[in-house]
Design a binder for this molecule. Structure first.
Ligand code: PLP
Length: 475
C-alpha cells in the first residue's frame, strides 16, 4: 500500500474538522429567545396582524426604533441615531444587491473597489448587478486599507471615464429618491472577514475623504462589530458593551461638517450594512442599513420593497420584540462575547504553541480588542495555501480556506494571497479547535520536512485547483 493511500485512510479515520464554514455553532443560536419573541408577537393581534401583512417600505418601525437606540448606546456617536437613518433589510447580502439596484448604473458607475482579501461571496452580487470585469482590488496595509493606492487608481479610472465621455448614467433614469454614484467601495472595516484586521480611525477618515472627492459610495459590512472582546487572556472582562471605533458611516456623519453639510446632495458617502445573522441567527435573514435619512429612504425604494414592503418583515417583528425586552442585547454580552472570546483564545493559544514556531504569522497581532469569526494566517513563503488546504483535507480530514479564494476576480496584480489561510473559530465545537490547529501544524511540518517540501509546496496548478474545488463544496 502506498504512503499516500495510508495517509488518506488515516485522515478518513479522523473526525472531520471544518475551519472553513463561517457559521455560528448551533449551541450559540438563541432559539429560546426567538421562540419567546415570536410567541409575544403572534399571540397579540395588535402586533401579529401588521406582522403578517406587507410591511412599510422602510420596515417595522418598532425594529427601526430599537436598532437606532441600540446602535446609539453601542457606538456612542456625538448625536443619537434616529430611526430615519435606518431601513430594515433582508441581511447584508440581500441589501448589497438593493444598494446596487438603486445607487449604481453598470455603465456610468466606473468601478467597484474592494478591500482585499475580500469576502468572496460578495463577488457574485456585484457580477449580478452588471459589474463583471469592473471589480478592482485595493490592498490592505497594517492600518487596514492602502489609501494612496486607492486614490491613485480611482483618479486613473476617472481620467479614463472622461476620455470616453462617460458623463451621465446610461441605463438608470433620474429618480428623486436615489442618485447614481460614480464608484462603489466595499469594505469590512472591523474584525474583517477574511483578514481579521480592523481599519484604524485615521484610515476611516481618509476613506471618507476619498469617497467625497470622487463621488463614491462606501458600503461597509459592519456585521461583526458586536462580537468583540479584549485580546489579552489576562483581561478581567470578557465582554465589551461599547464599540472599539466609530463606523465609517459615523465618520461620514460628522467629519468636516458631516454628510448633510451645506452644498451637498444629502445622500452621504457611506451605507453601513448591519445584520442579525451573527448576533442572533443567519436563518432570520434580517438586517438593517444605516446612512443619511435620504440614503436610508432611497434603499427602501428598491422595486422589490415597493412591491412587497421591507424584506423579512415577519422575522423583523420577532427581532424587534427581542430587542425591546433587552434579551438580545444581553445574549450578545453574556453569551456570545464570552463564548467567542473563549473559542478565540483556544485557537490563538494553539496557534502560538504549534504554528508560530513553524514560521506562520498573524496580522495585526498587538490589538487590545479583537473580534469576529476568523483568524487569517500567513504561511512561510515556501508554502502555498492551496496545497496546505489540499493536504490538510487528504491527510488530516481538516478543512481550511486558502487565501486565493479571497482574491478579487480579474485583479490580482496588487493583492494576491497564495501563502495565506483563513480559519473560522465560530462553527466547530470549542474542544476541536486546538486539535484542528495541531492537525494543521502536522501538515505544515510534514511539508517542511518532506525532502521535496518546497517543490511540493510549489506543485502544479492542477493540484491547487483540485484543492480549491474540494473546499468549495463546503460553502
Ligand atoms: C463580510 C460579510 N458580509 C456579509 C455576510 C452575510 O451577511 P447576511 O447573512 O446578513 O447576508 C457575511 C457572513 O459571513 C460576512 O462575513
Amino acid at each position: 500500500m502506498s504512503a499516500n493511500a495510508n495517509k488518506g485512510d488515516t485522515a478518513r479515520a479522523k473526525p472531520l474538522i471544518n475551519f472553513l464554514q463561517g457559521w455560528p455553532n448551533t449551541s450559540l443560536l438563541p432559539t429560546h429567545l426567538v421562540r419567546k419573541a415570536s410567541n409575544n408577537v403572534l399571540s397579540n393581534s395588535i402586533l401579529s396582524f401588521p406582522a403578517m401583512l406587507y410591511g412599510p417600505d422602510q420596515g417595522d418601525p418598532r425594529l427601526r426604533e430599537n436598532i437606532a437606540s441600540w446602535l446609539s448606546d453601542f457606538y456612542k456617536p456625538p448625536k443619537p441615531i434616529l430611526l430615519d437613518r435606518i431601513t430594515i433589510t433582508g441581511g447584508a447580502s440581500q441589501n448589497l444587491a438593493c444598494i446596487l439596484q438603486v445607487f449604481t448604473d453598470p455603465l456610468f458607475t466606473r468601478n467597484i473597489w474592494m478591500v482585499a482579501p475580500c469576502y468572496m461571496l460578495a463577488f457574485r452580487i456585484f457580477d449580478d448587478s452588471g459589474f463583471h470585469g469592473k471589480l478592482r482590488a485595493i490592498p490592505e496595509d497594517d492600518e487596514g486599507v492602502d489609501i494612496d493606492f486607492l486614490r491613485r487608481e480611482i483618479r486613473k479610472s476617472e481620467e479614463k471615464a472622461t476620455q470616453e465621455g462617460n458623463n451621465e448614467p446610461k441605463l438608470k433614469p433620474a429618480r428623486p429618491w436615489g442618485k447614481i454614484y460614480r464608484h462603489i467601495i466595499y469594505a469590512v472595516p472591523t474584525f474583517s472577514n477574511p483578514s481579521f484586521k480592523t481599519m484604524t480611525l485615521r484610515r476611516r477618515e481618509d476613506l471618507v475623504r476619498v469617497a467625497r472627492d470622487f463621488d463614491a459610495l462606501i458600503v461597509t459590512d459592519d456585521v461583526y462589530d458586536f462580537l468583540q472582546w479584549p485580546s489579552s487572556p489576562n483581561s478581567q472582562t470578557s465582554g465589551l458593551d461599547t464599540a472599539v471605533l466609530p463606523r465609517v458611516v459615523d465618520v461620514d456623519r460628522f467629519l468636516d461638517g458631516g454628510s448633510e453639510r451645506e452644498g451637498v446632495d444629502g445622500f452621504g458617502n457611506v451605507a453601513s450594512n448591519g445584520s442579525f445573522s451573527k448576533i442572533c441567527g443567519p436563518g432570520l435573514r434580517t438586517g438593517w442599513v444605516e446612512g443619511t435619512p435620504k440614503l436610508a429612504y432611497g434603499v427602501s425604494q428598491t422595486g422589490s420593497s415597493r412591491s412587497g414592503g421591507a424584506p423579512s418583515h415577519l422575522t423583523a417583528t420577532f427581532v424587534a420584540d427581542a430587542l425591546a425586552s433587552g434579551e438580545l442585547q444581553r445574549h450578545v454580552l453574556d453569551t456570545l462575547q464570552p463564548s467567542y472570546s473563549s473559542r478565540y483564545r483556544s485557537m490563538i493559544s494553539a496557534i502560538e504553541t504549534n504554528l508560530l514556531p513553524l514560521g506562520v504569522k498573524i496580522p495585526q497581532p498587538d490589538r487590545d480588542v479583537v473580534g469576529g469569526y476568523f483568524i487569517w494566517l500567513t504561511l512561510p513563503s515556501s508554502l502555498r495555501g492551496a496545497v496546505v488546504a489540499q493536504r490538510a483535507k487528504e491527510e488530516e480530514n481538516l478543512i481550511v480556506a486558502q487565501g486565493d479564494l479571497f482574491e478579487v476576480p480579474g485583479d490580482t496584480d496588487h493583492a494576491s494571497f497564495p501563502h495565506d489561510l483563513r480559519l473560522c473559530f465560530a462553527w466547530e465545537d470549542e474542544d476541536k479547535l486546538a486539535e484542528g490547529i495541531q492537525r494543521l501544524a502536522s501538515v505544515i511540518r510534514n511539508m517542511q520536512n518532506d525532502s521535496g517540501g518546497v517543490d511540493a509546496a510549489m506543485q502544479s496548478t492542477t493540484g491547487e485547483s483540485r484543492g480549491k474545488d474540494a473546499v468549495r463544496n463546503f460553502w
